[in-house]
Design a protein around this ligand. Structure first.
Ligand SMILES: *Cc1c(COP(=O)(O)O)cnc(C)c1O
Ligand code: SF4
Length: 445
């Protein structure tokens, strides 16, 4: 594979991208205005090998990394445009930008509730929500090779430091893991941990291969590098060291699972991504894939079916389809729950069983990962059928439950229990005891 040298682009230098000279005045204005509020970063692999510039601004990959007008509401857009056009003082612009950012729900699903403690210390770079899996946010991995316009991690990239989850101290993480022997999985996340050098990553991973951590069975790395910078695994200066590190995890008898984010089949179409996937798999690591359903990017069953087939062809395992989070430019990307299910169902039924390892559509909300199993009619009432794929309380997992059908709902917090019930089963102890009683009791033990 011919090496590529990474060139990042942001608000300051995107005009150096050759194709930008041919963009319309409206598209440029949108970048300048929206780019003040939402983080903007792309790179030369995305602009040269993924974006089809003849389709801009509607091209899915352009929409995925470039600011577009629709990402802000008309009112916010006009507000910012007015300030930039009239050359308002920077403090004034900053004040307005901050106010708009705060109105965009920068920290959805109460993530701060998941921060564990060790004695008196709050482990700010750790989230422990589901019994078996600890999330770790290494501080050097809190950026990405390009930023997704839909991302719920956006406060991390825009300097809203109060909302940032990050930690340097691998020591604290290891102390926590020594005390929690029920944890089997550690998931490195960010940002994108694959923006770290192989040696920094090794500093976190290698100690976990020691005999004292036999309970850690799987080391996972959540990354979008395969989609945004596959050269990370091929020709970057420390790519070979990275592959040796992956091999050492397998040699220590643990699983290394790459949780790869792919939002569109185009991201799976280049020679570089195919070579990177082959190389990662040759180390013994597995690759699982996930993405949210996003309007303007992948809101069709055909796109998902193509994506899953291509992933399986390349040796990846389709894993999750998510519902877009209630944050940032949600109004631009959101897809009603019923439509998400329809996209899932039509794609799922059109692929073979080897692609049907995927689960979704799933909402990561405060109580857990909630899957919409479908729409049904029960005794004349139209309902959503739901279940937990992951629950804050593991006993909730896989119990079917019902919400009143709502054609406009786009997120779980807009749903009401069906059949005139006051609470969902997991919301009160009494409702839980009832659900426990109504189902086969032994299932819960
Ligand atoms: C999704 C997620 C995990 C991992 O869940 P799996 O279903 O095991 O992949 C862990 N922690 C949090 C907070 C998550 O949202
Ligand atoms: S790569 Fe992941 S963390 Fe980074 S912007 Fe995209 S979705 Fe967010």
């Amino acid at each position: 594979m011919k090496p590529k040298t990474y060139q990042g682009y942001s608000l300051h230098n995107y005009r150096q991208i050759p194709q930008v000279a041919r963009l319309s005045a409206e598209a440029i204005e949108a970048i300048e205005v929206v780019g003040q509020v939402l983080p903007f970063k792309t790179n030369n692999y995305v602009t040269e090998e993924l974006i089809d510039w003849s389709r801009v601004p509607d091209d899915p990959i352009f929409t995925l990394t470039f600011p577009r007008r629709g990402l802000l509401t008309a009112r916010h857009y006009t507000q910012i445009r007015h300030l930039t056009e009239t050359g308002a003082p920077p403090e004034r612009l900053k004040e307005t930008v901050d106010a708009i950012r705060l109105s965009l729900n920068p920290n959805p699903a109460g993530q701060e509730h998941n921060v564990p403690t060790l004695g008196d210390i709050r482990l700010k770079g750790v989230q422990h929500k589901y019994r078996e899996t600890v999330l770790f946010f290494p501080s050097q991995g809190q950026t990405c090779h390009a930023y997704c316009t839909f991302c719920f991690r956006w406060p991390q990239f825009s300097g809203m430091t109060g909302y940032k989850f990050a930690m340097k101290e691998g020591d604290l993480l290891r102390s926590y893991l020594r005390l929690h022997r029920g944890v089997t999985d550690i998931l490195f996340t960010g940002g994108d941990p694959m923006t770290m050098s192989a040696s920094v990553l090794a500093g976190y991973i290698e100690p976990l291969l020691a005999p004292e951590f036999t309970h850690i069975r799987t080391i996972r790395i959540g990354t979008k590098a395969l989609a945004y910078w596959p050269y990370r695994f091929l020709t970057d200066s420390d790519s070979d060291d990275l592959m040796r590190l992956f091999e050492r995890v397998a040699a220590a008898g643990k699983n290394l699972a790459i949780q790869a984010h792919f939002n569109h089949p185009v991201e799976l179409s280049t020679e570089a991504v195919a070579a990177a996937i082959r190389r990662i798999r040759s180390t013994g690591a597995q690759i699982r894939t996930q993405s949210p359903v996003l309007r303007h990017i992948n809101d069709s069953p055909d796109v998902w079916a193509q994506m899953w087939r291509r992933q399986v062809d390349l040796g990846c395992i389709p894993y999750y389809m998510f519902v877009a989070r209630d944050t940032g430019a949600k109004h631009f990307f959101e897809v009603p729950l019923e439509r998400c299910w329809e996209i899932f169902r039509k794609a799922y039924r059109s692929v073979s069983g080897v692609c049907r390892t995927v689960r979704g559509p799933s909402m990561s909300d405060t109580p857990g990962k909630i899957q919409l199993l479908g729409v049904a009619r029960v005794w004349g009432e139209k309902v959503f059928v739901l279940r937990f794929l992951q629950g804050r309380d593991p006993r909730w997992v896989d119990i079917p439950f019902f919400a009143r059908y709502d054609p406009r709902a786009t997120w779980f917090d807009q749903l009401e229990p069906a059949f005139g019930e006051e609470h969902f089963f997991f919301e009160t102890d009494r409702a839980f005891e009832r659900a426990r009683h109504d189902s086969a009791l032994t299932l819960f033990e």
